[in-house]
Write a protein that binds this ligand. Structure first.
Ligand code: UDX
Ligand code: MG
Length: 582
């Protein structure tokens, strides 16, 4: 097959029979894997690669014939009547959802040595992203069950897509932490395979520079999640269990679950087959733009246009300024945060036709303008948000826009690159990611009536950020606006230099004035009233330089660490009613 497909160069250097036979066999093992893990097999991969490479060489615009315009979607504003209604509908529906985390990426822009889901999303408690996600799903599952008493208690499936770059470390993280409280059987890992690299426009496969008996491979992109889910049989299992929604999300967004209940509510209420979460987008920000594309033949679709393609598309279609802000100070195109909610039945119908194959693209870096050779080998890639591209016009494709402060704080950029982000655009760094948690929690507490001090501006690792009071809570304490409102009452205040961690479901904050650090931990069966005036020296934020290798990498990439001077710390590990009075 390889020889037929113009790949005989792969064998040119092979020694005579009997020499290196083990390596030769290993080569065919690898080829067999590459062949079976790609929908349609290697032959189909090579064929598509030739077509896409020819288009790329000819400079063909992938959006040829399409005109972009700004689509309309559902705009939510936190805590208003509409939002509360959607949150309630979403929590009810959450027990019919399955969650899929795509975490196969290396995170090259961040350059962190570990896997990204193992990074703390905040360093008050040191909770990592994966723990945050798992605890949020469990809290949602529990809340959903309680809302529909009498029903059957369901376990919400949690899938993680890994790759060879992340798989074993993800398993290790789960196992060494008892799956963060989830039943191991509730978690499924699907490993994506890499795809063959291409060395030229004829799609000749590239050999691994380290081993001439192996084909070089690179990641195929997060779009693999659809074919993996389909071939795993999970979708049918979920269908038979009566599930209705599949939610996809990415590796580092500590705010995400604040936006999820309401967006499930939007999907359920509007009957969306596809619902993408979005936030206002700054021009040139590294997030895709949700765009309505209308073809000259009349058909149209609402789809993500990836951040590197939005500017050329706009310039080519009568927007000479390209990707620029409009009078609002934002790009007119909502920013895709790549959190998708798909309706399960229509998803299965579509995948029956496509097998989960997603429209691919190729992005070779050419040596020169003749476009005949590449600087380094390339490969086909695909993105999970391109799923709607093959849907029929009857599909209900929508999106939900929320405030960035509530919904999106990814950790993608290393400190050096983050410091170079144009002023006014988000850093998307470990520093900004953690600060965003404190800002969101402060703003939420303000919404429910707590008097929270204004932030101060500080510079960490060359990035100027707002530092709000450092407030965190467990998902079981406050999953929705209504939850949080029910747990806070009276006249409460929190000063700017304060730190607060609420780590128990039934902690009721009433008439609390905090100036310092407070940590409360309680079991579900303990009901704790927390009030009075708490004042102590608190926790200081000490600056750390990202180049200071004496500090653990997960900390120094933030540019600060907490110095615990003094705190009030209380633990309630017995059932009963308690009062915390300072
Ligand atoms: O092969 C891969 C590549 C990536 N991924 C995962 O996919 C997720 C996103 O990857 P990246 O962080 O590289 O994505 P990018 O920042 O380039 O853009 C992504 O997020 C922002 C959105 O606006 C973009 O539209 C979306 O493509 C991560 O969770 C990553 O682990 C895989 O699981 N497999
Ligand atoms: Mg990327």
């Amino acid at each position: 097959m390889l020889v037929e497909k113009g790949q005989s160069h792969l064998f040119e250097h092979w020694p005579e029979p009997g020499v290196d036979d083990d390596e030769k066999k290993a080569f065919f093992d690898q080829v067999t894997r590459l062949n079976s893990s790609y929908p349609g097999g290697l032959g189909s991969y090579i064929k598509t690669a030739r077509e896409l490479l020819a288009d790329s060489r000819a400079g063909k615009n992938p959006f040829d014939g399409f005109t972009p315009s700004v689509p309309t979607g559902e705009n939510l504003s936190y805590g208003d009547e509409n939002f509360i209604k959607f949150e309630e509908a979403g929590v009810k529906e959450a027990q019919n959802a399955a969650f899929v985390l795509v975490a196969g990426g290396l995170g090259e822009r961040l350059g962190y040595n570990g896997i990204k889901v193992a990074l703390p999303f905040e360093t008050i408690t040191g909770t990592c992203f994966l723990q945050c996600y798992i605890e949020s799903v469990l809290a949602l599952q529990e809340a959903s069950y309680r809302m529909t008493q009498g029903g059957q208690k369901k376990e919400v499936p949690f899938v993680i897509m890994t790759s060879d770059d992340t798989h074993s470390r993800t398993v290790e993280l789960l196992e060494s932490n008892s799956y963060f409280g989830m039943k191991p059987t509730q978690v499924k890992l699907l490993k994506q395979e890499k795809v063959a690299c291409l060395e030229d426009n004829d799609a000749r496969l590239a050999l691994d520079p380290q081993n001439k008996f192996r084909v070089q491979t690179k990641p195929h992109g997060h779009g693999d999640v659809h074919s993996l889910l389909y071939s795993s049989g999970l979708l049918y299992e979920w269908h038979d269990a009566g599930l209705r929604w599949v939610l996809f999300f990415q590796d580092t967004n500590g705010l995400l679950f604040k936006a999820i209940p309401a967006s499930i509510g939007v999907s359920a209420t509007k009957g969306y087959h596809v619902n993408s979460l979005a936030v206002p987008r700054k021009a040139k920000e590294a997030i895709g733009g949700i765009t309505k594309l209308t073809h000259i033949d009349g058909r149209s679709m609402v789809i993500n246009v990836e951040y590197n393609q939005l500017d050329p598309l706009l310039r080519a279609t009568g927007f000479p300024g390209g990707d620029v802000n409009c009078e609002t100070g934002y790009s007119p195109f909502p920013g895709n945060i790549n959190q998708l909610i798909l309706e399960l039945d229509s998803y299965i119908e579509e995948l029956k036709k496509t097998g989960g194959a997603i429209k691919e693209f190729v992005n070779p870096k050419y040596k020169d303008a003749s476009k005949t050779s590449f600087k380094s080998s390339t490969r086909l890639e695909c993105m999970m948000q391109d799923y709607p591209k093959t849907l029929p016009p009857s599909a209900r494709v929508g999106f939900t826009v929320m405030d960035t402060w509530l919904a999106y704080a990814p950790v993608k950029n290393n400190p050096e690159d983050a410091a170079k982000v144009p002023k006014g655009n988000p850093y998307h760094s470990a520093t900004s990611g953690e600060m965003a948690i404190y800002r969101a929690n402060s703003l939420i507490l303000r919404k429910v009536g707590v008097q929270v001090d204004n932030p101060v501006n500080e510079v960490f690792n060359g990035q100027e950020v707002e530092v709000w009071p450092r407030i965190v809570w467990k998902p079981t304490w406050g999953l929705t606006y209504a939850d949080i409102r029910s747990k806070v009452s009276g006249s409460c205040s929190i000063t700017q230099r304060s730190t607060m961690a609420i780590k128990g479901r039934n902690i009721f904050v009433k008439d609390l004035s905090l100036d310092g650090a407070l940590v409360i931990d309680s079991i579900d069966e303990a009901e704790v009233k927390a009030g009075g005036s708490v004042q102590n020296k608190g926790w200081l934020m000490e600056k750390v330089d990202y180049k200071d290798t004496s500090v653990p990498e997960a900390i120094r990439i933030r540019g600060f660490r907490f110095k615990k001077i003094e705190q009030l710390e209380k633990q309630f590990s017995e059932p009963g009613k308690f009062e915390l009075k300072a």
